[in-house]
Design a protein around this ligand. Structure first.
Ligand code: HDD
Length: 695
């Protein structure tokens, strides 16, 4: 018989990595040690492969089934672990464990997402962002499944499948992916006046967040807190980013998508790696029935906000994300967020959108994760309770696909008396500490109807638009022109403009002008449109959460052979002092020889790191390098984009010809190196009208 040992060693023998002290023995899933992970079992060296090869079959079989269905919405997501810390006790208002004591910490897992695109789509479409928080409290898991926008498109959950079908890629052609700029989305929206307020937010810079750390988050619906005495207080939840609100310019957004489709996921990972932990304050708006009844809108209507100027947000905690997941699939993908998962002290209102959600999320996990036992996956397990009570869950539910628990004894029913004879009797109710639903009085006829108090679809859309900074208003008008320009059916554009007239006549005219179309008559309204008091808290630009800072932000420093070592050190040090993050970017990464004979290794290569990926730009070049780079499209574009995207540009004297070539004009934010780091802390909105025409 032929001895094949030598053959195997010779062909691919070098790829055989064998077990040693550092590497355990490779096994199959049922534990059999594997001797060869490189070759299938064959009948002879050149012969056919054998079906009996379990090592091969098991490996490929498992691989073939690695993917699970992606989420029907919010498929593209990125997540991190961290903690929530209570900074003000709410023990008089709710029994929820996490709000009892100042300083008390609760572990969290947070997943950010886009809505419309598939799991492999880009991070930066114009889209709403999901902001889902799982609190592992000692009384079980609480999932606060919100968005970065405080209102929603529809008032009733029964419309959700239609909204999503219209928003996602069109059914026959399979595009566009992760974009709302198409016929079916705007067709649905034009026929759904209640979505107008949400559309104002969606067309604003809110859907172009710079990074996840620069977004607000909202629970959207009105929830309830329930106290020890059984008293209910209505509550709306707000997450306020410590890094400040910041967005990108549309042209920049589009270019980021090409330069780095994973821009925000990468940023989340790198921030945590650097120790720049993303952080938010948790705020609550607390109110009672009397306040609710005094407002000109219904607090059960998810297309409405309560302006912060009317009811201030009270800060009661902070959340810090300080650990990136170990494994994307096991944690981020298998995480199941379920709004009906609340803990004692937290309850629901009658918001019909919220009520509809309470069914949908558990249901979807059954097809996505495949089993009623999805709560046993480590990421979903009630680990906060496990720490407090020694077990994540205790009940008489049994079996099902992928059951991981091995319950002992016969007590799979309740009541039972088995404890009387010394057998384990299983868990029992806790009438005092267990979850109690708020016993609200409910009465009425069974009807498929919406209340009159939900009829006003335009007042808050107007409130939002009129509260914006002029620069933001221009962005909204331009976004509407862009999106509607991509709508091929003219009657849909016309219907949208008819709705916009009810929001603001000037906005409607700007859009009509941008589309070169005639303004139609305004569409009928179901209720009078009110002029509410503007709410400056809704602004990003020149608003209360726009921060002028370098903390956590990235400065790109363009260098090349012969750059001045002292100037580079001065800028890098100043950036570090301002708690920013400096990146040296050069035409070649390996080694950049500097003016004083020393050399640095660049962090990034110019062609792979366009200026859209950084928050501010410094250019430090020798005269010779500048002469070369003025003929290099990527370098000219680097500076041109920084200027067009309203970023600070600092430069040394020798680099000036590159700025001239890029059409950079002197003005605010264009500065010598000495003034650069201070200038780098903000964007220059007043420059915008000089670099592009907005609607
Ligand atoms: Fe939803 C996922 C947020 C309305 C049905 N939703 C999902 C996620 C977020 C939201 C952040 C992703 C969670 C994660 O990261 O895994 N959804 C919202 C907000 C809404 C909203 C803020 C309105 C205020 N959603 C909504 C309605 C329905 C759904 C009205 C259905 C009746 N949502 C789902 C879903 C998803 C989901 C199909 C897909 C994946 C999942 O649940 O786990 O069940």
């Amino acid at each position: 018989m032929t001895d094949f040992t030598a053959l195997n060693a010779g062909h691919g023998g070098e790829t055989h990595q064998v077990a040693d002290d550092d590497h355990p023995v490779l096994t199959t899933n049922h534990g059999t040690p594997i001797s060869d992970n490189q070759n299938q079992l064959k009948a002879g060296a050149r012969g056919p492969v054998l079906l009996e090869d379990e090592v091969y079959r098991e490996k490929i079989n498992h691989f073939d089934h690695e993917r699970i269905p992606e989420r029907i919405v919010h498929a593209r997501g990125s997540a991190a672990h961290g903690y929530f810390e209570c900074t003000e006790s709410l023990s008089d208002i709710t029994v929820a464990d996490l709000f009892q004591k100042k300083g008390q910490r609760t572990d969290v897992f947070v997943r950010f997402s886009t809505v419309a695109g598939g799991a492999g789509s880009i991070d930066t479409p114009r889209d709403v962002r999901g902001f889902a928080v799982k609190f592992y409290t000692r009384q079980g898991n609480w999932d606060l499944v919100g968005n970065n926008i405080p209102v929603f498109f529809i008032q009733d959950a029964i419309k959700f499948p239609d909204l999503i079908h219209a928003a996602k890629m069109e059914a026959d052609r399979g595009y566009p992916q992760a974009a709302t700029a198409h016929d079916t989305f705007w067709d649905f929206i034009s026929l759904m006046p209640e979505s107008t307020h949400m559309i104002m937010w969606a067309m604003s810079d809110r859907t172009l967040p710079r990074t996840f750390a620069n977004m607000e988050g909202f629970g959207v619906h009105t929830f309830r807190f329930i106290s020890k005495e059984g008293k209910s207080t209505f509550v709306k939840f707000h997450w306020k980013p410590k890094a400040g609100l910041a967005s990108t310019i549309w042209d920049e957004t589009v270019k980021i998508a090409g330069a780095d489709p994973d821009f925000q996921r990468r940023d989340l990972f790198e921030r945590i790696e650097r120790g720049d932990y993303p952080e938010w304050e948790l705020g609550v708006q607390l109110f009672d029935e009397e306040f609710a009844n005094s407002q000109p809108y219904d607090v059960l209507d998810a297309t409405k906000i309560i302006p912060e100027e009317v009811l201030p947000v009270r800060i009661v905690g902070k959340m810090v994300l300080d650990r990136y997941p170990d494994n994307y699939f096991a944690e981020t993908e298998q995480a199941a967020f379920v709004p009906s998962h609340v803990v004692p002290g937290i309850g629901f209102s009658n918001d019909p959108l919220l009520q509809g959600r309470l069914f949908s999320y558990t249901d979807t996990q059954l097809s996505r994760l495949g089993s009623v036992n999805f709560h046993q996956l480590p990421i979903n397990s009630a680990k906060g309770r496990a720490e407090a009570a020694g077990c994540p869950f205790m009940n008489q539910q049994r079996d099902g696909h992928m059951q991981m628990a091995v319950p002992k004894g016969r007590a799979n029913y309740e009541p039972n008396s088995l404890a009387k004879v010394g057998e384990p009797g299983g868990a029992r109710e806790d009438p005092d500490g267990g979850y109690k639903t708020f016993p609200s009085e409910e009465q009425g006829q069974k009807l498929r109807i919406r209340p009159e108090s939900f009829a006003d679809h335009y007042s808050q859309a107007r409130l939002f638009f009129r509260s914006m900074d002029p620069a933001e208003q221009a962005h909204i008008a331009s976004a509407l022109v862009f999106e509607l320009s991509k709508v091929s059916l003219e009657h849909i554009r016309t219907a949208m403009m008819a709705n916009l007239r009810n929001v603001d006549e000037r906005l409607a005219s700007r859009v009509a002008d941008g589309l070169a179309m005639d303004l139609p008559d305004a569409s009928p309204t179901a209720a009078p449109v009110l002029d509410m008091e503007p709410s400056p808290a809704l602004r990003i630009i020149r608003g209360p959460l726009e921060k002028h800072t370098l903390e956590g932000r990235t400065v790109g420093i363009l260098i090349a052979d012969g750059s001045d070592a002292g100037e580079i050190a001065a800028v890098t040090d100043a950036v570090a002092k301002a708690k920013g993050h400096a990146l040296l970017i050069a035409p070649k990464v390996g080694k950049v020889p500097l003016s004083d004979g020393s050399a640095v290794v660049a962090d990034k290569q110019l062609f792979g790191q366009p200026s859209v990926t950084v928050d501010a730009c410094a250019v430090i070049l020798s005269a010779e390098a500048t002469a070369k780079l003025t003929k290099e499209g990527a370098a000219v574009q680097w500076v041109m984009d920084a200027f067009g995207h309203l970023k600070a540009i600092g430069y040394n004297a020798d680099a000036k010809p590159l700025l001239d070539k890029a059409g950079v004009e002197p003005g605010d934010g264009v500065t010598d190196l000495a003034g650069f780091v201070e200038a780098a802390k903000k964007r220059y909105w007043d420059r915008e009208p000089t670099v592009r025409t907005l609607a």
